[in-house]
Write a protein that binds this ligand. Structure first.
Ligand code: HEC
Ligand code: HEC
Ligand code: HEC
Ligand code: HEC
Length: 187
């Protein structure tokens, strides 16, 4: 095949060739990216940038660290969406963090996290609010409908009253449950 013809948009075959190449590259690229994305979605991946941040130790010390229930909840379980498309989208947003990572002075240090904790926590909370705490509900399914006998009375009452409201007026999980994995800063 003549390579120049491939790049000449007026040639009939070159346009078809371009579309075919485009589709093949797109499909291969999509699956390749899915694979890498899954490979990168481990705590270790998150901690490469959040290296000296106490985030993982905090999770381990919390109820989500496996102490009582024996289940260690991973960063991605709470912070990344489950649908493949949402997953890509959030990952693309996360990759914006590459820019922050390169430009924020001293990002990796604990001092930076301590100083910026409130702002970062509120950004994270905004995301939970935007999808009605979907990640929380993914594990804690039907928290309002099927309350186990072992659930504290206070919890049952709060959940029941919230569920009685019209869906738009309900609070979302993180409105009441802040700091379930990291200490939520007071100020
Ligand atoms: C490329 C480096 C990098 C990687 C990898 C990374 N982060 Fe971050 N992360 C950052 C930076 C930089 C910020 C601060 C962004 C800002 O405020 O501009 C941040 C902020 C956050 C925040 C708070 C702000 C928000 O938007 O919610 C959360 C939550 C977070 N990261 C979770 C994660 C999780 C979970 C992973 C693993 C899936 C991860 N990060 C992987 C660099 C990274
Ligand atoms: C991967 C599954 C998983 C995800 C995701 C998850 N949890 Fe949990 N959660 C657990 C397990 C396991 C426990 C410990 C056993 C128990 O108490 O049920 C727990 C315990 C809790 C508790 C009781 C202990 C405490 O800290 O007071 C609350 C409240 C809670 N989770 C809220 C949340 C919220 C809010 C989110 C979303 C930000 C969330 N969970 C995300 C699995 C999960
Ligand atoms: C209106 C406030 C409110 C909302 C909204 C709310 N909770 Fe709770 N929840 C509470 C209170 C109060 C308790 C009891 C104190 C505690 O354990 O933190 C509780 C307790 C819990 C517990 C521990 C129950 C036990 O076994 O004793 C879990 C798990 C939990 N909530 C999950 C959730 C999830 C998931 C959501 C979102 C679907 C949610 N909650 C929404 C107020 C709320
Ligand atoms: C059980 C769910 C859960 C797990 C597991 C979890 N997070 Fe979070 N994370 C949250 C919530 C909820 C917030 C919002 C602030 C709050 O409530 O404390 C948050 C906030 C953050 C923030 C903003 C700063 C802060 O401390 O509030 C960063 C950064 C972050 N998480 C990174 C991580 C990393 C990295 C991991 C894995 C080592 C992880 N998270 C594991 C639920 C979780």
């Amino acid at each position: 095949m003549n390579w120049r013809a491939l790049f000449k948009p007026s040639a009939k075959y070159s346009i078809i060739a371009l579309i075919v190449v485009g589709v093949v590259v797109g499909v291969v690229g999509y699956f390749a990216t899915q694979q890498t994305l899954h490979a990168t979605s481990s705590d270790a991946f998150c901690m490469t940038c959040h290296r000296d941040h106490s985030l993982r130790d905090e999770v381990m010390a919390s109820a989500h660290g496996g102490g009582s229930a024996g289940v260690t909840v991973q960063c991605q379980d709470c912070h990344l969406p489950h649908g493949p498309f949402d997953y890509l989208l959030k990952k693309i947003i996360v990759t914006k963090d590459i820019y922050g990572f390169l430009t924020i002075d001293g990002f990796m240090t604990q001092e930076w996290l301590d100083e910026n904790r409130k702002e970062q926590a509120d950004k994270a909370l905004a995301h939970f609010r935007s999808n009605d705490s979907a990640n929380c509900r993914h594990c804690h399914t039907r928290i309002y409908e099927d309350q186990p006998d072992t659930m504290k009375r206070m919890a049952k009452m709060m959940h029941k009253n919230n569920f009685k409201k019209a869906p738009d007026d309900r609070k979302t999980c993180v409105d009441c449950h802040k700091g379930v994995a990291h200490p939520y800063p007071k100020s």
